[in-house]
Design a protein around this ligand. Structure first.
Ligand code: NAD
Length: 303
């Protein structure tokens, strides 16, 4: 049994915290939004009145926030006001699960080390369904000993734990994987629209590509047209799934990393532009595979 402070009880955090509590860990949850606190109470998750009250006796502090700015502000605190790092017992492990930039993750590690605390960056993939079912994949950056401390908790919340290396390398793996995903989802969508224009049925193209060198997750799990994969969001009016807004966020983090490292990533840059435009419209709430609709709309008539 571990005493866990769980901060950020949103779409992902609440089901993750519930799984830890159900597995017998002593969880104290908190969220700055009253609606999230009400949902936690309804779900039977033990909560406390502030973040400070949660971390004061915690062995592990888990954060699941919207962005890196939220993480840094909560870790460091405002001027003259101690942050979580000061308020937790010395030597507590901060398990930072939000999706943030590699640079922000490294800053969080440094702040933690300077405050005498331990830290892991441990972003996830698997979405809300994975959070609910305890089947998330964790990509972890930090010291071996800290990963071993966190492992029993990670194995409750997830089905797969990959220790990717030192500080920030969990976020690095996440950003690289999601750059592949964003690019490949656009590629699959473009191929289906091209097939439509050439007279190919969706089933014929799927039957070929799913068993040929075009095979990928964006095709065989998240197929952007209804029919070939009955569980893909295309069969459900593109309800997410993984929204265009979240893909745009992750590709924005990829762009930061591309610029910081000077890598010539032409497709990564272009995918970021495409998803930023999608997220500013229909993609704010629709699955990222709905990008196929933007491609159809933007395609010129030739007859
Ligand atoms: P969300 O907005 O539903 O939840 C985040 C919660 O953090 C909010 O309820 C917010 O009020 C709370 N919060 C912010 N600052 C806080 C603070 N200082 N103290 C306490 N609570 C605070 O977001 P989400 O969908 O749960 O995603 C969380 C993170 O997980 C994001 O970084 C996201 O990119 C990542 N992620 C999300 C998904 C997904 O499918 N939703 C998948 C993978 C990764």
């Amino acid at each position: 049994m571990t005493r866990v402070a769980f901060l950020g009880l949103g779409h992902m955090g609440l089901p993750m915290a519930r799984n830890l509590a159900a597995a017998g860990h002593e969880v104290a949850g908190f969220d700055v939004m009253p609606a999230a606190m009400a949902a936690a109470a309804e779900a039977g998750l033990p909560t406390r009145e502030s973040a400070t009250a949660c971390v004061t006796d915690a062995e592990v502090v888990i954060t699941m926030f919207p962005s890196g700015a939220h993480v840094i502000a909560a870790f460091a605190g405002a001027e003259g006001d101690g942050g979580l790092l000061d308020e937790a017992p010395s030597g507590a492990l901060f398990l930072e699960c939000s999706t943030i930039s590699v640079a922000e993750a490294r800053e969080a590690h440094e702040l933690a080390a300077n405050a005498g605390q331990r830290c892991l960056d441990a972003p996830v993939s698997g979405g809300v369904v994975g959070a609910e079912n305890g089947t998330l994949a964790f990509m972890v950056g930090g010291a071996d000993a800290d990963v071993e401390t966190a492992r029993p908790l990670l194995e409750v919340m997830g089905a797969r734990v990959v220790h990717c290396g030192g500080p920030g390398l969990g976020q690095a793996a996440k950003v690289c994987n999601n750059m592949i995903l964003g690019i490949s989802q656009i590629a699959v969508a473009e191929a289906f629209v091209l097939g439509e224009r050439l007279g190919l049925t969706h089933d014929a193209l799927f039957d070929v590509a799913a068993h040929a060198s075009g095979q990928c997750w964006a095709l065989t799990t998240n197929c952007p047209v209804p029919g070939p994969v009955p569980t893909s969001p295309a069969n459900n009016e593109y309800r997410p799934g993984f929204s265009g807004a979240l893909m745009a966020k992750d590709l924005g983090l990829a762009l930061h990393a591309i610029e910081d490292t000077g890598v010539e990533a032409a497709l990564g840059r272009h995918a970021q532009e495409i998803y930023a435009a999608y997220a500013a419209g229909a993609g704010a709430t629709r699955d990222f595979s709905g990008i196929i609709e933007s491609i159809r709309v933007a395609s010129v008539a030739t007859d």
